[in-house]
Design a protein around this ligand. Sequence first.
Ligand code: SF4
Ligand code: SF4
Length: 161
Amino acid sequence: MAKRLFIDLNKCDACEKCAVNCAYFYRPQMTDHGMLALRELAAFALICRRCEEPSCVAACKYEALERQPDGILKRYNLRCVSCKSCSHACPFGTIYPETLPFYAVKCDFCALMGAGEIPCTINCAKQAVEFREVEESPKEGIFLIGEHLAVRAPRWNKKDV
Ligand code: SF4
Ligand code: SF4
């Protein structure tokens, strides 16, 4: 079984300040935040309610947010100005404002490209990100996203009212 980056959003959300420093593979002298991009990807895939008429998309003046045919949101980071209108517009609070920096660097899964050291797994104080083998387990809230990512996310539970 191939290894994946495994992010535990339950632990990650517990951080007051994300202490993960992603050293971008091609520019090791800089500190980027690929982890923010991964958190956004995970939240769009697993926590967003995939509204049919999403108020977040309607709130974006810059056409930076799009609902894809499968219902999963996509944010175009070169159009996004980090106004956070989408975050305010979501009635469920599923767009975390801290994941909307003015310019977000995408994670390129450097671990899988032979970067050797995996900075995001070393620096996270909450151990919310690991690089390991992982099996999908909906019962435990663990889902595989794409080829290289696995995420544990909080479950939506319907409550009787
Ligand atoms: S933060 Fe970005 S995606 Fe969200 S409404 Fe503003 S420009 Fe659009
Ligand atoms: S981010 Fe919020 S408003 Fe937008 S589609 Fe998801 S749940 Fe709906």
